[in-house]
Design a protein around this ligand. Structure first.
Ligand code: NDP
Length: 419
């Protein structure tokens, strides 16, 4: 029996909240705490008659550590699940420390204002030191290790699908299939079609920041950065078919490079259709992906934030998206002196997700593991004082829970490898 405070009420949160409500034995009380109270109340009204979980709501400003902390102190949850935005990771972690509760999230810290000189100086030093230029990295959150340890609290980072399930797949492969993993290729395929010329499957601002950034991969102990979308491969995805995929920088590469001993190369590929890429390039060329404020008729606006307001809300894509996602990892390495390779993946059908929870598969595949990570923290199976990525815990209970809560996975031996 536990109480979970969930910060955010967008596409991913809506799935995590509904999955907590299906899991009332673990979550007997939840609080939906987000910026727009009416969204929290509407979800409560829809769900409360269908669940034994008692639902409370609250309007919280997650940019304000004191506001989050005072909600925690008033409501006394066992843990906070952060499914708001990565911009708020640090304030919510500070609030958890201040109020003495565990912390779970699905995305690592990213600065909202990339022109802030204090952040910029640290960022530029990191770009030089590590060799990748993405705006997000784990250093900010890993720096909380001692604070969480001393407080006897757990911070679980990256409990979505990628990062999240893909990293648990790596821990599972390490535990059950390999003596040493040498290469990891994470393949994220969305074979879904929403019928719009251009839309993103999760928060457009974050999605476009991620996808338009230079790509990078980890090889022989260092990062190799490449121009955005300059490495392309074709892969024949089980249950989806042949798709073009492009090498991207992605956050779990950073933590897996640290936590999977002996790994020599880690790459991340995501599929994109030509229409998406053409729109994105055009938006980038005209300056609509800029993250710094510009003056517009005496008012400061950030182009990418304005663009977000124009694009379809990812939470509204559910009814119109058809097709499947296939997300997983191909591992190569050695076991008992012999070379081997396996592919662990999940296939998720957009319309099945919509029928069950009213969401498309990208929100579904992120919200389910967010609930599972929260469950393992609050029930004590994944509690360890400090700040940890999901692959640092025993993968077995998480893998079992994926099968039970809607994301069954497959292990395939000797898969076709990516060149
Ligand atoms: P949405 O934009 O749909 O939802 C974000 C929610 O956070 C909204 O309800 C928003 O409120 C709320 N919010 C924003 N700012 C604040 C604030 N200052 N205080 C309180 N609430 C706030 O995003 P998604 O659901 O698509 O994504 C949620 C998270 O999931 C992101 O961090 C994203 O990076 C992560 N993600 C992780 C994936 C993974 O596999 N690991 C995959 C996809 C997403 P309002 O309703 O008022 O706008």
């Amino acid at each position: 029996m536990s109480k979970l405070m969930i910060v955010g009420c967008g596409g991913v949160a809506s799935v995590a909240i509904q999955k907590c409500c299906q899991n009332s034995e673990v979550f007997d009380e939840i609080m939906i705490a987000s910026r727009t109270l009416s969204k929290c109340e509407a979800l409560k009204e829809k769900l409360q008659p269908t669940t034994k979980t008692r639902i409370s709501t609250g309007a919280v400003d997650a940019n304000d550590m004191r506001d989050v902390s005072s909600w925690i102190k008033t409501w006394h949850p066992d843990a906070v699940l952060n499914v708001a935005l990565p911009y708020q990771d640090l304030t919510i972690m500070d609030a958890c420390l201040d109020a003495g509760v565990h912390y779970i999230d699905t995305a690592n810290y990213e600065a909202e204002d990339t022109e802030d000189p204090r952040w910029r100086a640290i960022y530029e030093e990191r770009c030089k030191r590590l060799g990748f230029t993405a705006y997000f990295d784990y250093s900010w959150q890993w720096a909380y290790q001692d604070k969480f340890k001393e407080a006897g609290l757990t911070a679980l980072l990256g409990s979505g699908f990628d990062p999240g399930v893909t990293s648990v797949f790596a821990a599972y492969a390490q535990k059950h299939y390999f003596d040493e993993i040498h290469t990891i290729d994470i393949l994220d395929c969305n074979g879904g079609d929403h019928g719009y010329p251009f839309a993103t499957n999760f928060n457009p601002e974050l999605n476009l920041r991620e996808v338009s950034a230079p790509g990078s991969y980890w090889e022989d102990g260092k990062w190799i950065e490449i121009p955005a979308m300059s490495i392309k491969r074709e892969y024949d995805f089980p249950q989806v078919g042949k798709k073009d995929m492009y090498l991207l920088h992605h956050e779990e590469i950073e933590s897996l490079a640290k936590n999977i001993p002996g790994v020599k190369r880690i790459r991340f590929f995501m599929t994109f259709g030509q229409s998406y890429l053409t729109h994105m390039k055009c938006l980038e060329n005209v300056g609509m992906l800029r993250t710094d404020p510009v003056n517009f008729r005496g008012q400061k606006i950030v182009p990418i934030q304005f663009l977000k307001e124009l694009l379809p809300d990812p939470a509204s894509l559910g009814p119109r998206t058809v097709g499947k996602t296939n997300i997983g990892c191909i591992f190569t390495g050695v076991k008992d002196g012999k070379e081997k390779s396996i592919y662990i993946y999940n296939v998720c059908d957009h319309q099945e997700c919509y029928k069950e929870l009213g969401s498309q598969a990208v929100s579904y595949t992120t919200g389910v593991p967010a609930m599972i990570g929260s469950m393992l923290v609050v029930n004590g199976q994944w509690q360890k004082p400090g700040v940890y990525n999901v692959e640092e815990f025993d993968p077995d209970p998480f893998m079992e829970a994926l099968n039970r809560w809607g994301l069954p996975w497959v292990v395939c031996e000797n898969p076709k490898l990516v060149d």
